[in-house]
Ligand binder design. Structure first.
Ligand SMILES: O=C(O)c1ccccc1NCC(=O)[C@H](O)[C@H](O)COP(=O)(O)O
Length: 436
């Protein structure tokens, strides 16, 4: 029997009721999938899913399948509920007004996409076991071929970002997928061969720390952020970079995310090509090793790896890839668990403690102190790892506080980028002139 699939999908939120109509008479059976566990059942049992979904197929006139909003709320409360239905139709016994496709190469491709999605779900489980709360499932949920008749996708916890960091990561997933289509890795690797030479990011921080006796400064070229909105209206990245360099910055951090930070890779290239000597950190949300090559091809000397987003194996692999490319990897943590995970990864030389909770925006510079106390601080000193205090640093007292806690570098954005003369902002921040 040739199998045909008919499909329709609904994206429903708790305020909407979606109805579907289909018109066929046929023998069929339906597979309901709760997450990844397929349960075969008949149309009768579909109807018996009452209390959750009501389906009223009529084989003569226009039937309706309706999910009442009140019941959708129940799904919202039962988090992680994923529901899809797929119908198989015997073509000899029925017909449908909904587009059909035969089991063909197309369905094989679609099956692969389903697998990809399932792998993504599995990866999320692995990440969750490491305490990573940021999920990687794209907001679109299962891919389109899953969007079949009798297939419902509810807007529930599973396909709604839980916080800003998760939203950024999901958006980045889509962005990177598109960029990779336009510029496959082979092409990016070719571009890397023509990129300007890599500079020693960690060396520059050590040198600045040795020269001034103060933490080496990574000064951030940032126009806006989700927590603070627009930080600087008249934003000329090269002018700001030059001013920072003149003011004594050891390195620069350049935001490249467009949607949430109004940054760009063009800014990174402009600064690099303007002859600014400070090594450049590509401040991006890295979720794919492809981005490391891309950052290098645009002139970056360092990249940021966020432990709240990346599982251990990804960090380990990316740190190794960075070494191959000559890039420094700044691995960012926010709590003890992330810090311990990162300390367990071989080859990490530069660790940032972000005082900002990227899920809630809460700022607390005692985070740096708390994480560097006791055994962890000892390990850092033994391994000669450079610690970077990140976010929320505004005054010489703040700098002294995190230095006392054990950092040899700081990453600062808001307090200096907002100044008319960002270079002078550096003197105010450190309480003295640190220019060369
Ligand atoms: O700053 C945000 O709103 C933000 C939101 C989501 C992800 C990252 C975010 N910021 C990145 C940073 O942590 C800062 O740009 C960086 O550490 C400098 O902080 P600051 O000196 O407070 O500008």
């Amino acid at each position: 029997m040739e199998q045909k699939y008919i499909s329709f999908t609904s994206y429903v939120n708790s305020n909407t009721t979606q109805s579907f109509s289909f018109n066929f008479s046929s023998f069929f059976f339906i597979v309901v999938q709760f997450s990844q566990f397929p349960v075969p059942f008949s149309m009768e049992s579909l109807i018996s899913l009452e209390g959750h979904i009501q389906a009223f197929p009529s084989f003569s006139s226009k039937p309706r399948t309706t999910i009442p909003p009140t019941q959708l709320n129940t799904y919202r409360e039962n988090s992680l509920f994923s529901f899809s239905l797929r119908a198989q139709v015997n073509p000899n016994e029925g017909s449908t007004t909904i587009a059909t496709s035969s089991e063909s190469s197309e369905s094989v491709v679609e099956a692969l996409k389903v697998k990809e999605w399932e792998v993504g779900m599995f990866q999320n489980e692995v990440a969750a076991n490491q305490g990573i709360r940021i999920r990687r499932a794209p907001p679109t949920g299962p891919p389109s071929h899953y969007e079949g008749p009798f297939q419902f996708r509810l807007q529930i916890e599973e396909n709604t970002p839980r916080n800003i960091l998760e939203e950024i990561v999901w958006n980045k997933d889509k962005e990177v997928a598109q960029l990779k289509e336009r510029k496959p890795l082979g092409l990016v690797k070719k571009a890397v061969e023509n990129a300007p030479p890599v500079r020693d990011f960690i060396g520059a921080l050590r040198a600045a720390n040795g020269r001034t006796g103060l933490p080496g400064l990574i000064a951030e070229v940032k126009k806006a952020s989700p927590s603070r909105g627009i930080l600087r209206e008249n934003f000329d990245p090269v002018e700001i970079a030059r001013s920072y360099e003149k003011g004594g910055a050891a390195c620069l951090s350049v935001l490249t995310d467009e949607k949430y930070f109004k940054g760009s890779f063009e800014n990174l290239e402009l600064i690099r090509n303007a002859g600014v000597k400070c090594p450049l950190l590509c401040k991006e949300f890295i979720i794919d090793a492809w981005q490391l090559y891309y950052a290098r091809s645009k002139g970056a000397d360092a990249v940021l790896l966020i432990a709240a987003v990346l599982p251990d194996l990804d960090i380990e692999y990316m740190v190794k890839t960075c070494k191959l490319l000559g890039l420094a990897a700044l691995v960012e943590v926010h709590d003890e668990r992330e810090f311990d995970r990162v300390l367990g990864i071989e080859g990490v030389e530069l660790i940032g403690i972000n005082n900002r909770n990227l899920e809630t925006f809460e700022l607390d510079i005692s985070t740096t102190k708390k994480l560097l106390e006791g055994e962890r601080g000892k390990i850092i000193r033994e391994r000669n790892i450079i610690m970077v205090g990140e976010s929320g640093l505004f005054t010489p007292e703040d700098i002294a506080y995190v230095q006392e806690a054990g950092v040899r570098a700081v990453l600062v954005g808001e307090s200096i980028v907002k100044q008319n003369d960002p270079g002078k902002g550096i003197s105010n921040l450190f309480g003295k002139d640190i220019s060369v």
